[in-house]
Design a protein around this ligand. Sequence first.
Ligand code: FCB
Length: 450
Amino acid sequence: LSLPRFPRDFLWGVSTSAAQIEGAVAEDGRGRSVWDVFAAEGGRIKDGSDARVATDHYHRYREDVALLRELGAGAYRFSVAWPRVVPDGDGPVNGAGLDFYDRLVDALLAAGIAPVPTLFHWDTPQALEERGGWLVRETAERFAAYADVVAGRLGDRVEHWITLNEPAEVTLLGYGLGQHAPGRQLLFEALPAAHHQLLGHGLAVQALRARGATGIGIANSHGPTWSASASEADSEAAALYDLLLNRLFAEPVLLGRYPDEELAALLPGPVAEDLKVISQPLDRYGINYYQPTLVGAPGADGAAAADFGGIRLPPELPFAPREIGGYPRTDFGWPVVPRALTELLVTFRERYGDRLPPVVITENGCSYEGIEDGERIAFLDGHLRALHAAMASGVDVRGYFVWSLTDNFEWAEGYARRFGLVHVDYATLERTPKASYHWLREVLREQARG
Ligand code: FCB
C-alpha cells in the first residue's frame, strides 16, 4: 500500500554522527574526544569495542555519499567532530580537520544532496572535559567560537545547520547516570550541563547568524510520557519525567523560560540573561523520536523499573520507567509505537502554538539484525504514516531523517545494535544495502514522481 503523499519540497534525509562512523581518531591532527577516553577505560562499552575504526567513514565517505545518492536522499545530516576542527577545544584550528568536511560537503553537493551539519553530537574535546566539560560555562563559549570557525569554512555552501544533538541525553546519561561519556554520576547535580549546553546552543546561533546563516535548528530528543496509572503518585512522577526529558530542553529554546522555578534556581550563571540568548528565534525545530515512555512512581507495586534503553535507573530517582506492553519491540527492546509520534507532534503544537517553528524529524529509526529487515520497513512505514497524520491535523513538518545510513557504533552498546539501512560487515567494512534501503528508495522515487 503506498504511503500518503508528502509535500513536494519535503526534505527526505538520513542522519549519522561523526563519533559513530568516522574512525580515524588519530589522523590528520584530530584531538581526543570524551568518547575515545571513555571507551578506552574498559568496562564501559558492552561488547568491549571502541570507535577507533567504526565504519571507517573518514576514508570511505565517497562510497557512503554514493549510497545516499542511489537512495535518492535529498539531505544528509552528519556531525562535525569538534576535536577534529579544534583539537584541544580551545586554541589553534586544525585546517586538515576542516578539509575533511569541506570535501564531504562538496561530494554531497555534487551528488545533489543538501548537507545538514550538526555541530555537536556528543564528542566533546577531552581537553575541555578536563576543565569541567559542560558543567562549566567556558565550554559554551568555546563551542560558539568553534561554531564560528565551521561556519566560516562551510557557510558558503551549507543552508541547514543543527547546533546540538540531544542535550538531554548528554545531561542524563553522560553527567547524571554515567552510562555515556564522560561517565559522571551526579544525578540532579548534572543540571548545569543542561544549562551550559543550551547556552552553547544560543551562542552558536548568534555565531551562525553573524555569518549569515538562515537555516538553523537544534535536534532535541522527545517522546510522549505516559503515566503508569491515573493515581496521583504515578501522574506526578510522569509529569516530572516529562518536565526533565521534554520541557527542560524545549521551553528555554521555544519560550525563553525554564518549566519550573525551583529547578531554574539550581542553575548556574545569570540565568535570566542567558535565557534571552538561548531563546533566539530558530528556523527549524528538530525532534529525534524513538519511543514513548511509561512512567510511574518509584517503589510502587511492580515498579521493577523497566530498562531505560538498556539502562537501569537508580532507585533514588523520583520516577521509574515501566515496561510498555502490547507493542512489537526492536532488537534493542524499544517498543514500536508509531501513533506516539503523532501524539508527540500534536502535543507540541498544542503546548507551544506559534512559538514552535516548522518541525523536522531529525532522527527516527530502529535496531534490527539482518539484511532482510522487514521489521525496519514496517517501522518506517508506520512512522511515516503517523507523521503524515500529524501534518494532516495541522502540524507544520518540513522533513524526516532516518537514523541511520549504515550500521555504526551505538555508544555504550558498541556494535551490537544495528540501526542502518545499509549493513556493515565489521571485519571487511563492506557495505550491503538492506531490504529497507531498497524499500525507501522506491518510496522516495514514488514521492518524487508527485
Ligand atoms: C539517539 C542518538 C543517535 C543514535 C540513536 C539510536 O539518541 O542521537 O546518535 O545513537 O539514538
